[in-house]
Design a protein around this ligand. Structure first.
Ligand SMILES: [Zn+2]
Length: 297
């Protein structure tokens, strides 16, 4: 199961044209996912794109239907950039938008979100992000939905957890993304000790760390008794990473990382825990929140 991917995204406004997965890529994405379903038994993918960042729930529903996968769609707010109306909006309004997208659906589509994604590039907490994170905590508390945070630097995890906890979020349903970038293992441990999930979720990123280095960190996480809180994923968000364009695609976690864990004698039961139980636990998969896939396709 893959807990941090993108099946549709558009960050072209500041990361360039490669950072778009849209209608033109839909066929390649479906073929890529079908390949991973057939080869590795993939059953569930979380698409962590948010409104304004290329999220397309109707495309996700089509992809789910044609691959037989359960696909989770996210509501929430991302920093890239924070739009003016979000800056000016009240906390209650942001909270209610997220609650509506989880409970009623996106617009008139009837497609409901299964997780809340919030993100920041700020190292220090400011008033706008405090509002967004408090709104996310409130929406999570009222809907029973998990929260996935983006960190640009792992040190941001501290204030993110402080704010979420203070606002009443259940940290055992919070996933802090991109912690593989930590320079110091103590940053990862600190997140784990507070009960939150730890994301090593950009496997295969050119800027590193290498998958070999991440595999070493996975072994360390397990040795500290935090194997139940680890999420592995590849954060596919670029055309060039799709199989159709010569990339490893959505298979990356299975084909590039799991063999390195086996080389390091990580037991199969532990690998199963990380790849299956942990994603289900963090997203607390509620059947009614999943865009249903058609297994008979
Ligand atoms: Zn991502």
């Amino acid at each position: 199961m893959l807990g941090h991917e993108h099946l549709q995204i558009d960050l072209s406004h500041n990361k360039g044209e490669d950072n778009v997965l849209g209608v033109d890529e839909e066929r390649s994405i479906i073929d890529d996912l079908r390949y991973v379903v057939a080869r590795h038994g993939l059953r569930f993918v979380a698409d962590l794109s948010v409104p304004g960042g290329g999220r397309d729930a109707e495309a996700l529903a089509r992809i789910a239907q044609q691959t037989g996968l359960h696909v989770v769609c996210a509501t929430g707010f991302y920093w890239d950039p924070v739009s003016d109306w979000v800056r000016e909006s009240s906390l209650a309004n942001l909270r209610d938008i997220m609650i509506r997208e989880v409970q009623t659906g996106i617009g008139e589509s009837g497609l409901r979100c299964g997780t809340i994604k919030v993100g920041t590039n700020h190292t220090e907490l400011d008033a706008v992000f405090e509002k967004i994170f408090r709104a996310a905590a409130a929406a999570s508390r009222l809907t029973g939905t998990s929260i996935i945070t983006h960190t640009t630097k792992p040190e941001q995890a501290t204030w993110q957890l402080d704010v979420l906890e203070d606002a009443g979020a259940d940290l055992s349903h919070v996933l802090i993304s991109h912690l593989h970038k930590a320079n110091n293992f103590s940053e990862i441990l600190a997140v784990g000790k507070r009960g939150a999930f730890i994301g090593f979720d950009q496997l295969g990123f050119k800027k590193g760390p290498t998958i070999d280095q991440v595999a070493d960190m996975v072994v360390q996480v397990i040795a500290h008794g935090l194997g139940k809180q680890l999420i592995l994923s590849a954060d596919i968000a670029r055309k060039s990473r799709l199989r159709a364009n010569g990339g490893v695609g959505y298979e990356t976690t299975f084909s590039e990382c799991l063999p390195l864990l086996r080389q390091r004698h990580v037991p199969e039961t532990q690998i199963h825990q990380i790849m299956y139980d942990n994603p289900l636990n963090v997203f607390s998969i509620r059947q009614d929140l999943i865009v249903a896939g058609d297994q008979n396709e």
